[in-house]
Design a protein around this ligand. Structure first.
Ligand code: ADP
Length: 416
């Protein structure tokens, strides 16, 4: 059976098509540039199939519905139907960024679920409407197609109460659900499973500190089978410095800035979400590759952005080391975590005194999708790189849910 995974972001839709239960990748790609510019902007669709030339096309795309529609058309044309069902897609798994208090495990999407998801808009106004638009478009294109939703907040839903609450009046938490939800859960679940395979130890025997560093970045402390803490909170704005997000920021600055600039709360939030982080500090780019390149050429603002990124990251990792009372492994994933040996090197530079030491050669070599250990043999914790593969996790859980059976044994296969 073929499972199509749809992973929609603010201006993109990523997709992967898996043959299940083998988990073999039949096609993957993305549509990017959706809804940028004025009405009817041009978006770019990229579709790859193993052993075939990459397909690229620009097309008129109003919004995410248009992106999903075109993506499906291209998929039907380029992937032959499955022998048994006669269809190219048998099941669709959607990534949904926020499940609120209501949704904390994967579920089949029925019409009432779509309506309930819409009611979560105010928790994630940038993401939920887009997720729902993609779900609705799939429903329109393929009314009979079974679909599942996987929630990015689910993995951290059960954090202990003392780490999930903010130290604000308890009534705010009880009455309005003000709590730390945490995000990137699908990625963390995958990274932790893979780390446990590499360590050859069961997940519930491990203390793991993980960092998902991409355009959005976060950290997670994992304690014997349970999430102890994570850096993103009520929204994905909290925590680390990110590509364009500020991460932690003193809310008392709001009235001060409003008085000085005339900006209102939504304006300031917009800047904290889209004009801060690496981009805001460097004034150059949100992309770590560009930051490092400019820094090496002597750009002081790029150096500042890099140093700030590393410092905040180190603070979180260090905090978790104390909170957990040590760690068996420290895991890096996401575009920066997987590829930037410079960031990893900078994080660990002063940690020799704690016995946390990278193997410089292994660290430099670990880029471009490799998985494995990059710490020195005598390091007190293993440091690992695990490539993110949220789509595979979603495909496995969609398949499992649809067939109402346990995950295939090879879910816990070793990273290749
Ligand atoms: P998203 O959070 O949108 O899923 P990714 O996890 O793919 O994004 O991460 C994208 C980011 O990864 C880029 O913006 C860039 O900063 C970083 N990145 C990708 N490749 C490299 C590299 N070789 N070196 C440093 N940073 C990289």
């Amino acid at each position: 059976m073929n499972v199509l995974v749809v992973n929609s972001g603010s201006s993109s839709v990523k997709f992967k098509l898996f043959a299940m239960p083998e988990q073999s990748l039949m096609a993957s790609g993305h549509v990017e540039g959706i809804g940028i510019g004025n009405s009817g902007s041009r978006a770019l669709l990229v579709c790859s199939r193993p052993g075939m030339d990459e397909l690229k096309e620009e097309f008129e795309c109003q919004n995410h519905s248009g992106a999903v529609k075109r993506l499906y058309e291209v998929l039907i044309l380029s992937v032959p139907p499955v022998a048994g069902s006669g269809k190219t897609v048998d099941l669709i798994g959607h990534r949904v960024v926020h499940g609120g208090e209501r949704f904390f495990e994967p579920l089949m999407i029925e019409d009432d679920v779509i309506r309930e998801l819409e009611s979560l808009d105010e928790l994630a106004p940038l993401h939920i409407p887009i997720n729902v638009m993609c779900i609705r478009e799939c429903r329109k294109l393929l009314p009979e197609m079974p679909m599942t939703a996987c929630f990015d907040t689910a993995f951290s839903h059960d954090m202990p109460i003392h780490t999930r609450l903010y130290p604000v009046p308890l009534e705010w938490s009880e009455k309005y659900g003000i709590r730390r939800y945490g995000f990137h859960g699908i990625s963390y679940e995958h990274a932790i499973q893979q780390a446990s395979c590499l360590l050859e130890r069961p997940v519930d025997s491990l203390k793991i500190i993980a960092a998902h560093l991409g355009n959005g970045s976060s950290t997670m402390a994992f304690d014997h089978g349970r999430v102890l803490d994570t850096s993103m909170g009520f929204t994905p704005l909290e925590g680390l410095m990110m590509g364009t997000r500020s991460g932690n920021f003193d809310p008392a600055v709001f009235p001060f800035l409003m008085g000085k600039t005339g900006l209102d709360v939504p304006d300031i939030l917009e800047v904290l979400n889209t004009g801060s982080g690496l981009l805001g500090v460097s004034g150059i780019s949100r992309d770590m590759r560009v930051i490092v390149e400019k820094m090496d050429k002597g750009c002081q603002r790029a150096r500042l952005a890099f140093d700030m990124f590393v410092h905040v990251l180190r603070k979180y990792l260090g905090g978790y080391l104390f909170a957990l009372g040590g760690a068996d492994a420290i895991v890096f994933t996401g575009g920066i975590g997987e590829n930037s040996w410079r960031v990893r090197q900078a994080v660990f530079k002063p940690l020799g005194g704690l016995g946390l030491v990278l193997d410089d050669e292994k660290n430099r070599a670990m880029t471009g999708g490799g998985a494995g250990c990059i710490s020195a043999d005598d390091s007190r914790a293993k440091v690992m790189v695990i490539p993110a593969d949220e789509e595979r996790m979603i495909a496995v859980s969609a398949y499992k849910l649809y067939n109402k059976k346990k995950p295939p044994a090879d879910l816990r296969r070793r990273p290749s």
